[in-house]
Design a binder for this molecule. Sequence first.
Ligand code: KG4
Ligand code: ZN
Length: 344
Amino acid sequence: MNKDLITLALESSCDETSVSVVKNGREVLSNIVSSQIDLHKKFGGVVPEVASRKHVENISYVIDEALEEAKVTFDDIDIIGVTYGPGLVGALLVGLSTAKALAYSLNKPLVGVNHIEGHIYANFIEYKELEPPFVCLIVSGGHTHLVYMKDYGVYEVLGKTRDDAAGEAFDKVARAIGLGYPGGPLIDKLSRKGNKEAIAFPRTYLENDSLDFSFSGLKSSVLNYLNNSKMKGISIVEEDIAASFQQAVIDVLVDKTIRAAKKFNVDKIVIAGGVAANSGLRDLLQEKSNENNFKLMVPPIPLCTDNAAMIGCAAYYDYINGYEADMYLNAIPNLKLGEKYKKA
Ligand code: KG4
Ligand code: ZN
């Protein structure tokens, strides 16, 4: 029988320091997430330099906790996986240099993981039987991608945002209404009490057959609505603004995802990233998937937002497919989906 492969994975691309121990790619033995959200809240968004410093302070403790919870030691680890992009360069460098130090001192293989790819792999943890091909909608604070995943590590990007990411739009609109940070979960919650048809915010579909997205027009429209109401002295109903805005985002996301799944003739749709936690998106996509006979995969909420378990899963598949890195691996803030690092 083949030996189990245990991965120690590190994620520090934005404002969560996370470390996970994953067995054979899909079995999570521990997944510790130390969030910095409270620290960044008072600035209304992530402050990159503060994030890097906090990662430095936290990472050793988070590693210890992940090993302890998984009941393993460094000796049991076979692979060191780490996010090397995309993300904030200073934040990425903390996880990356720690991972390199571990790989070098323990003499274990190092694997560099693409963060966006990691989000997709969260689904393999939840759905043990899931295999490519499928169409995946990745919606997070930094990314909005519609992807056809042909095989492990093989992608065709069908569409992406031309301006704001979906999560970014949620966060900016939340700030304009006066909600806290991050705005996505707060808008989601408020929307449940609002009327999604109260305000006709625009849906941007772009060219006829385009699978790209654009959310900046919608964001401006919400800001104009708020300004006009203020100037005219009309009181606003926050719940209705939240619900109408959220519906405008998810109508477009769902419509294009279903179109992509039909075009590529797949039977499975997968969603990933922080915005995949949105209840309205999950409900509408489920309804449209049922209508069109697609099986919808939805990761549990802790695996939608940033975490190292998804990085551990991706690192395992990258490793068995030959993507071992070396000490030249560097942080790439704008790393594209499908770009992979392999030692010479
Ligand atoms: O994937 P993630 O944790 O970090 C990035 O890689 O960007 O995503 C964070 C984003 C934030 O913009 C946050 O507002 C959004 O995901 N988000 C949500 C929800 N939960 C998190 N957006 C809408 N509805 C939610 N329930
Ligand atoms: Zn992310």
